[in-house]
Design a protein. Structure first.
Length: 124
């Protein structure tokens, strides 16, 4: 039979051994939880980085859209100025053509007048 003193020592050793196993299990569980948290933080960081990239792309697209609208407005202005200039050129060409026609009519009129004056001043 085991003396009571030894039994008490054995019981303490057994309890200590169980406590050590329990502490080891707790450490293992906490380690797993820490790894899970670290991985979750990394995943969140990736999501945040992705969101920031998307926001930057959206801001860039908005800036490009504004630049495009400004360029379109400038193009519309230039086209409008070109159309106005075209109308002015067409009016000037019309005036030039009218002047040339009037000039030709005057020359023809003067030539006909001169010819008829010359023929009426001839003695018969």
């Amino acid at each position: 039979m085991i003396p009571e003193k030894n039994f008490s020592q054995l019981n303490k050793n057994c309890q200590l051994s169980q406590l050590l196993v329990l502490v080891a299990v707790i450490i293992a569980v906490v380690t797993v939880e820490v790894v899970v948290v670290v991985l979750a933080v990394a995943a969140v960081a990736v999501v945040v980085y992705t969101c920031i990239c998307i926001l930057l792309q959206l801001a860039s697209l908005q800036r490009l859209e504004l630049e495009n609208q400004e360029a379109a407005k400038q193009l519309e202005d230039v086209v409008s100025q070109g159309e106005t200039l075209l109308v002015q050129i067409q009016l000037a060409l019309h005036d030039i053509a009218q002047s040339q026609l009037q000039s030709q009519m005057l020359e023809t009129s003067v030539t006909v007048s001169s010819a008829s004056s010359a023929s009426s001043s001839k003695p018969e």
